[in-house]
Design a protein around this ligand. Structure first.
Ligand SMILES: Nc1ncnc2c1ncn2[C@@H]1O[C@H](COP(=O)(O)OP(=O)(O)OP(=O)(O)O)[C@@H](O)[C@H]1O
Length: 451
């Protein structure tokens, strides 16, 4: 089987799962160059498209390759400008030029049809950001200007931005809504400078009804781009045109931007998307599960897997989504039902990476609380069983839940020798099999510490 044929079939699946619009905007412009080891190398018309695909569809594409028997774990993108893409296409016969051409005509970034308010799951951590986004999208009156949305990686900023853009266009046909990344803003600006076309650039950006700039932290440290952005921003706000900005941190925390810009960004409403909680992750997984089940009707999944994922993968929603995609691709490939064993086997790397880092201090505190002791008791030289046993439990947990060496653990427990730690670990290993109370205590503490 050739790589091109495999990629062709992956494209067919992607077209079905993403829908025509998203496929045309993001996947169609890519050309598979080759698969080199575990890396699939693509040519893309812009680095933005490459990064977007990697972030949003990377795990789905890797899962597609896996299903085709090609163990790809990473994607790499080289920028090949529109005119050269077709020439540089050994693996894909015909390369439609539409998206790159379209990109030249339209200054905005394409919107993903999947990112709507309907598909956005609301929970406590994002309810304010969601409410503000809806208000701006549904109200004709400009209420907060600018609306500044910020939050950590993969928490749904871009999803909300696209949802606003879709809603604005739906409610106000003919409205000029311009959505683009800060990187694209810079790219347009540099092009305008290069081709001495600043007048058209300024006219274009000042003629929109709504300007939406994603990932604005990108312009930090880029002085001329900032300057131009500031003028565009001011001109639009002065005309009472809505401006919506997103970033990975609050305006006050973006280093490398001028104070006047920072203060202007804070004029309107600044809202953040907090890290997800268990309930929100569960809700998101359940909504994404429907899509996976529709795509893989042959695959069955045990309900507790969803709970397990929501519990264990708390880093960000993109990783959570990627985990589900990978599980379904794997299950469909091997024809097995998704249960906890398969989940742990298939997602071992993700689960390891998202495991919370537990510190020895936390362990000592939790164990002391659990046995109604003071932390100092565990660090002391006292040998009474009521203190020595909990101390051994704490040492055992320090060895199994952290990557600290035996001497380091000994030092943290009141300067003990590493042989004392070895003895404690062995003792608790034994007692776990013979003393059900100890086994229960260790399990309970482990869960509390890893939660
Ligand atoms: N509340 C939510 N409901 C449904 N899907 C969500 C939610 N939050 C995030 N997602 C999904 O998680 C993925 C990542 O979200 P998105 O790209 O919007 O994150 P981001 O905050 O813009 O990340 P980055 O900081 O990397 O730019 C997307 O597929 C998005 O649909």
């Amino acid at each position: 089987m050739t790589q091109a044929a495999a990629w062709g079939r992956i494209c067919t699946d992607l077209q079905k799962s993403l829908g025509h619009e998203a496929y045309k905007s993001w996947i169609d412009p890519l050309v598979l160059d080759c698969v080199d080891g575990s890396v699939a190398k693509f040519n893309a018309p812009t680095s933005f498209i490459g990064r977007w695909v990697d972030r949003n569809y990377g795990s789905q594409i890797c899962a597609g390759f896996l299903k085709e028997g090609v163990p790809v774990t990473k994607l790499a993108f080289s920028v090949v400008r529109a005119a050269n893409v077709a020439k540089a296409a050994p693996a894909q016969a015909a390369m439609p030029a539409t998206p790159s051409a379209a990109e030249d005509e339209l200054p905005g970034s394409p919107l993903d049809p999947k990112y709507t308010f309907n598909s956005f799951v609301v929970g406590k951590p994002n309810e304010l950001a969601h409410a503000a986004a809806r208000r701006v999208a549904e109200n004709r009156e400009v209420s907060f200007n600018p609306l500044f949305l910020y939050g950590g990686v993969g928490l749904g900023k871009t999803h909300l931005m696209h949802a606003i853009a879709w809603k604005l266009q739906e409610e106000n046909p003919g409205f000029r809504v311009l959505y683009l990344s800060a990187e694209q803003f810079m790219y347009r600006f540099v092009q305008a400078l290069r081709f001495k076309d600043m007048i058209s650039f300024k006219e274009l950006f000042r003629s929109v009804d709504v300007l939406m700039v994603d990932d604005v932290q990108f312009i930090a440290g880029k002085d001329s781009t900032q300057e131009e952005f500031f003028h565009t921003f001011n001109a639009l706000i002065d005309q009472n045109k809505q401006v919506i900005i997103s970033a990975d941190r609050a305006p006050g925390e973006i280093e490398g931007i001028e104070d006047r810009i920072r203060s202007r960004l804070q004029w309107g409403l600044v809202v953040d998307l907090h890290p997800t909680d268990f309930e929100l992750r569960l809700g998101i997984l359940q909504s994404k599960l429907e899509g996976q089940l529709a795509m893989h009707p042959d695959v069955q999944i045990e309900e507790k897997v969803i709970d397990f994922l929501a519990h264990r993968i708390s880093t960000n929603v993109r990783v959570l989504e990627g985990a589900l995609t990978r599980l379904f691709a794997f299950a469909s490939l091997v024809g097995r039902r998704i249960d906890l064993d398969m989940t742990q086997e298939c997602l071992a790397d993700l689960l390891r990476a998202s495991q919370r880092k537990v510190t020895i201090e936390e362990i000592i505190r939790k164990v002391a609380d659990h046995y109604n002791l003071r932390m100092n008791d565990l660090l002391s030289a006292r040998r009474a069983r009521a203190i020595a046993r909990p101390r051994q439990v704490a040492m055992f947990l320090a060895k199994t839940l952290t990557s600290k060496s035996l001497p380091e653990i000994g030092r943290k427990f009141g300067g003990r020798d590493h042989t004392t730690v070895i003895h404690a670990v062995k003792k608790i290993e034994e007692l776990k099999h013979t003393d059900s109370q100890i086994a229960e205590d260790v399990e309970l503490l482990r869960r509390m510490l890893e939660a």
